[in-house]
Write a protein that binds this ligand. Sequence first.
Ligand SMILES: Nc1ncnc2c1ncn2[C@@H]1O[C@H](COP(=O)(O)OP(=O)(O)OP(=O)(O)O)[C@@H](O)[C@H]1O
Ligand SMILES: O=C(O)[C@H](O)[C@@H](O)[C@H](O)[C@H](O)CO
Length: 195
Amino acid sequence: MSDLLVRDRWYALIVAGPSGSGKSVVAEALAREMSLPLIDADDYHSREAVEQMKSGQPLSDAYRQNWAERIIGGMIAWRRRGESVIIACSCLRRRTRDRFRTYVNEARMVGGQVAIAWLDVKPEVLKQRLEAREAAHTHFFPASLLSSQLDAAEPPDTKAEPSIVRVEVGTEPPDGVADLVWQAMPQLHPFAMRS
Ligand SMILES: Nc1ncnc2c1ncn2[C@@H]1O[C@H](COP(=O)(O)OP(=O)(O)OP(=O)(O)O)[C@@H](O)[C@H]1O
Ligand SMILES: O=C(O)[C@H](O)[C@@H](O)[C@H](O)[C@H](O)CO
């Protein structure tokens, strides 16, 4: 039954926020709990862009736009297969978020919707997480780029921007944050059942 509902009413749920906010782990938890496919925007970077970030240079906005187009391509591939999808993507810029939303509208995806959850995490927590991740050599993104992330970030005004919520993250583990995200998205509840 849940499969039928999900196919009939397609959605993409984007977990957004700056590096270290927990997009990947929270999106993974959501995808697991909802039995939905996952897109991690990190997998859509060019090799050059990864090298650029590794060397301490932030992405340009022009690159971010092209990158978003590739992620949208991945999103639409799931749409064609009739599957809703969870996406971990920073979407730091309003323009990028608008592009995801307008694509779905312009493509006249009947019943389709893009919902975005922006993770609000204190800068000192972001710093600790990125430093720990760097020390563990588990990710290419250097902690030194955090200030450029915070400079580039356009945290949403939820009154002015459609289909977006801000989720304040405290000490909850990733599964707990995934629960907060889901609770903040009542418009999606009729279209999916959680396991
Ligand atoms: N709620 C949380 N509680 C504890 N640790 C967390 C939480 N969320 C994320 N982390 C840890 O913080 C680090 C960054 O998380 P994650 O990679 O998911 O962030 P991200 O926003 O996807 O970052 P990036 O944009 O750089 O890929 C990881 O080591 C992760 O395990
Ligand atoms: O600046 C951005 O728009 C991107 O999100 C980059 O920061 C990285 O993709 C990511 O956050 C590291 O994994």
